[in-house]
Design a protein. Structure first.
Ligand code: PMP
Length: 284
């Protein structure tokens, strides 16, 4: 495996960044997770745009133009001869001193890894998964806007641990007002009366690339999608529920906090969207 670091490629065992990198010391940086399907990079431009928006909001000046970044990502996939997989694109504040001040850092570090993807087992897509609500909440936007895909994932990590402790794979995270925001690394949707609803991004959700693909697919099927403030009650009483994300794609959720959702198995709308999403990916 060849890993891109600041314009050069290194073997997996040789790929290193400094222990003084502020990405490590302070979680000061941004990242993207991107899928490769059939040798094609899924929605690369959208991921690059989100990366640069995240960086801009934290005053991180990425030392490459967007076209150069796109090329670096494509080259990394090509060099690694990847036809299926997952790309991790990370931009940190770079190497600095022991102190928060980003002005201490010479230059941001850019890392691109094109590796394997750990897929959820197929049976979860057929049966759906159980989730719990975590006590760890999404970051309020006046502290750190959850639209920024930053290297600070600790509250999501804690939520994930809570989910595992409860015997579940995922957790639903609420925002500081108690509205549903998303899961630890996935957006969430519910189905009611043939319509979709998903938390608005200003409820603390990341503007997921899969989320927006699903909204587009639903639109093309003539299915209405509402971006709204949703409560746990809305989830508990939904007819169907599913999560969306780069890794999970569309994952049916059939139990939330011990409540069976709908019929307790993936519903017809969720199954239809899984089917349409697959077609959509293949047509890219
Ligand atoms: N929410 C969070 C917190 C995430 O980290 C991610 C990405 N894994 C998502 C939602 C889903 O976004 P995307 O569809 O762009 O992968």
């Amino acid at each position: 495996m060849k890993i891109f670091i600041d314009g050069k490629y290194y073997d997996r065992n040789e790929a290193r960044i400094s222990v003084f990198d502020h990405g490590l010391l302070y979680g000061d940086g941004v990242f993207e997770g991107i899928r490769i399907y059939g040798g094609k990079i899924f929605r690369l431009r959208d991921h690059i745009d989100r990366l640069y928006d995240s960086a801009k909001s934290i005053l991180l000046d990425i030392p490459m133009s967007k076209p150069d970044m796109e090329k670096a990502v494509s080259d990394t996939v090509r060099i690694n001869e990847r036809s299926e997989g997952y790309i991790r694109l990370v931009v940190t504040r770079g190497k600095g001193e022991l102190g928060l001040d980003p002005a201490q850092c010479e230059k941001p570090t850019v890392v691109i890894i094109a590796g394997d993807i750990q897929l959820y087992p197929q049976e979860y897509y057929e049966k759906g998964i159980a989730v719990v609500t975590s006590s760890s909440r999404r970051m309020p936007s006046d502290s750190l806007d959850p639209r920024i895909k930053s290297l600070n994932y600790l509250n999501n990590v804690l939520a994930k641990i809570e989910a595992k402790q409860a015997g579940c794979l995922e957790a639903v995270m609420l925002n500081h007002e108690g509205y549903v925001s998303e899961c630890t690394a996935d957006n969430i949707f519910l189905v009611r009366s043939g319509k979709l609803a998903t938390p608005a991004v200003n409820c603390g959700a990341l503007g997921g690339i899969t989320r927006s693909a699903v909204i587009g697919i639903a639109g093309s099927l003539g299915v209405e999608v509402r971006e709204a403030q949703l409560t746990r009650y809305d989830l508990y009483t939904a007819e169907e529920c599913f999560m969306t994300g780069t890794g999970a794609e569309i994952m049916p959720v059939t139990k939330i906090d011990g409540r069976i959702i709908g019929e307790g198995q993936p519903g017809s709308m969720t199954r239809k969207l899984i089917y349409e999403f697959r077609k959509f990916v293949e047509a890219q």
